[in-house]
Design a protein around this ligand. Structure first.
Ligand SMILES: Nc1nc2c(c(=O)[nH]1)N(C=O)[C@@H](CNc1ccc(C(=O)N[C@@H](CCC(=O)O)C(=O)O)cc1)CN2
Ligand SMILES: Nc1ncnc2c1ncn2[C@@H]1O[C@H](COP(=O)(O)OP(=O)(O)OP(=O)(O)O)[C@@H](O)[C@H]1O
Length: 194
């Protein structure tokens, strides 16, 4: 199967989820994540979900992580297919962009190099941490800019896919969280966070 065929397959599967299934899987992913990592005094990037596409609901995770960390949320530029990142605070205001992604409209911009953990949305991922998104390269570009010790953690409601052919830009994830548990991929781990 081509990347595009695999992409379409997962898109279709996700569209068939009910909102109850989506909530249930999201809770399991959140619980598995927090059982493994709470982090402390880190700068963490996390996406916010496109509800219409039944993405993992990261809002409870973001709320919990923000208790002991700084969390930044992406703002997407669909002309350049890149993102900037704004720190979440008690006063952050959000607005859905044209693709239904909630984005902060206020808040301090973050230097990409200072981000220590990136929580990545996925359509499909394999045991090596190779991933498939919507195909615009947003996360490929972003992960390439991050400092070498940054930890990349993907979230998916699906099981790990058989090997995906990486393209030249693919940067593998270090961990994947599913409703069933946590997979440490075969990608080289950066130095452990203190
Ligand atoms: N929540 C979230 N934020 C994210 C991503 C993501 O996957 N999830 N992205 C990860 O890279 C970037 C945005 N990428 C996107 C790329 C394409 C489309 C898009 O074409 N949407 C169409 C149809 C999608 C479909 O049917 O599956 C649409 O909204 O009509 C949306 C987001 C950055 N922010
Ligand atoms: N670092 C980069 N520099 C320039 N172009 C890039 C870079 N990364 C990705 N691209 C472009 O983006 C396209 C989409 O890449 P790919 O198929 O890997 O997307 P994806 O990983 O599924 O999507 P996303 O990253 O948005 O979730 C690539 O074909 C390439 O043209």
């Amino acid at each position: 199967m081509t990347r595009e065929e695999i992409r379409n397959q997962y898109r279709a599967l996700r569209k068939d989820f009910t909102s109850e299934q989506c909530i249930y899987y999201s809770q399991q992913i959140t619980n598995n994540f927090l059982r493994n990592w709470m982090f402390n005094h880190k700068l963490i990037h996390c996406f916010l979900p496109i509800h219409r596409l039944r993405e993992v609901d990261t809002i409870p995770l973001v709320k919990r992580l923000r208790r002991n960390n700084r969390v930044c949320i992406p703002v997407s530029n669909f002309d350049k297919n890149n993102m900037t990142h704004k720190i979440l605070d008690d006063h952050t205001q959000f607005q859905d962009n044209a693709y239904g992604i909630p984005e902060p409209v206020t808040g301090e911009d973050v230097d990409v190099k200072k981000i220590q953990v990136v929580i990545v949305p996925l359509l499909a991922v394999d045991q090596h941490g190779n991933r498939l998104g919507y195909g615009k390269g947003f996360y490929d570009r972003f992960l390439a800019e991050c400092a070498p010790e940054t930890l990349f953690i993907g979230l998916t409601m699906f099981d790990i896919h058989d090997d995906l052919e990486p393209n030249e830009y693919d940067i593998p994830l270090h961990y994947v969280v599913t409703p069933k548990g946590i997979l440490k991929t075969t990608a080289n781990q950066p130095v452990p966070l203190r």
